[in-house]
Design a protein around this ligand. Sequence first.
Ligand SMILES: Cc1cc2nc3c(=O)[nH]c(=O)nc-3n(C[C@H](O)[C@H](O)[C@H](O)COP(=O)(O)O)c2cc1C
Ligand code: SF4
Length: 480
Amino acid sequence: MTQYRRVAQLLSAPVLREHLRSLNIELPLDETVVSGPEAPLARTCSLKGRTIGNRFAILPMEGWDGTEDGLPTDLTRRRWRRFGESGAKLIWGGEAAAVRHDGRANPRQLMITENTWPAIGELRQELVDAHEEACGRTDDLLVGLQLTHSGRFSQPGPDWSRRPKILYRHPYLDRKFGVPPDYPLMTDDEIGALIEDFVRAAVLAKRAGFDFVDVKHCHGYLGHEFLSAVERGGRYGGSFENRTRFLREITAGIRAEAPGLEVGVRLSAFDCLPYEAGADGVGEPMDRQGKPYRYGFGCDETGLCFDPTEPKAFLDLLVELEIPLVCPTAGSPYYNPHVQRPALFPPSDGYQPPEDPLVGVARQIAIAAELKRHRPELIYVGTAYSYLQEWLPNVAQAVVRTDQVDFVGIGRLVLSYPRVVADILSGQPLKRKLLCRTFSDCTTAPRKHLVSGCYPLDEFYKSHPQAALLEEAKHPRDSQ
Ligand SMILES: Cc1cc2nc3c(=O)[nH]c(=O)nc-3n(C[C@H](O)[C@H](O)[C@H](O)COP(=O)(O)O)c2cc1C
Ligand code: SF4
């Protein structure tokens, strides 16, 4: 395994600073974290006359544990209750909910349809009730639902086979995931019908009680693929205007049919070349054989560096469309997971990290800050803080205090440590045994078609019947 210094060993701010210097990166860092109502992380934030009660958000996280019909199960309800209990006042999306069957990323993904919306409304209510019990009030809680079509990464059927819906021929991803050269592209008419499905799903989300919907544009799924469809012809490809038509048409439909429902966008603001494991198991970018890379939104032609030009134009568009909420993220869990969710231990289909995961954290924080400087009137929810572990509160306070982001989004850490936000806000010392150490089992499990959860640290999943199956799948020879 690649050796990177463990965060748990960086015991003081000077030691951490020295380590950051050695990596040639910068991270905002406050030495002391303040608690109490005046603390930067406890400050409220207003959204069109509504108050959101603090500066923490829970990021969307699926559990691969819905029913075949797209309904929540007890496992889904447990996760959402814990999101509610966390103490965070913004729930960004809960988890990805497909707007129709062929757009599911897995056969257990939630769907929001005429049949499922009442159950998804009850799921939201369970989260709100759990929040009320834990935090005493809910008038300052904002809850959204993430709407998705999984596009290239659709796997809707019970056999888990890939049924991609693609917008253009992506030479690298087609090769990596075995999409044949004559595989059909989605037609403009099919896209038009899908836009109607997104609008219908938003109407149902409003009926189910959600405050906003996230029209997902990240992680390699369909919304994100539009943004890089430079080689597609027709109404939805080529120019920036065409590549953002999908979002504009969905937004217009939501304004007409679900007035009052807010809209947000989770955006992979930076993407890069797909990675593969090299001979030593360490990730390396696919070889572009000297050709310019044209398929990464927010990426220059080297395929490796951030180019803010189009992400900034995208923010201008959000302002024009009066979309107030944006959650910048990066990359994709399928083809460059070290960019998307920095981790010391890769998921089973990944590769050893090619950079210290702190570099990935710093990249996402810096990109969010650059975007916020460009369009400060939008509300930004930052991503990829979990790898900071012991240092998360110090970095979180620094980025919020200096207005580099409005909300600190918490992903994996809330799976291992559901009350982490409440502990930070009340000045409790962190429970180190519950800190997510980025073992990636919550990503490996679904890769093995098992339900996702924090198997290493959450007692419930430690003793779940699928824990043994996960071990067997991870170490097949050891368990024979
Ligand atoms: C188990 C798991 C499920 C996830 N599901 C979603 C999802 O449904 N939608 C989404 O936009 N991101 C999803 N993500 C990505 C997270 O929201 C987040 O971007 C990522 O974990 C990095 O944040 P962190 O460092 O706090 O974990 C998922 C991540 C994990 C680990
Ligand atoms: S399984 Fe638990 S410790 Fe591992 S990455 Fe997921 S949340 Fe973190």
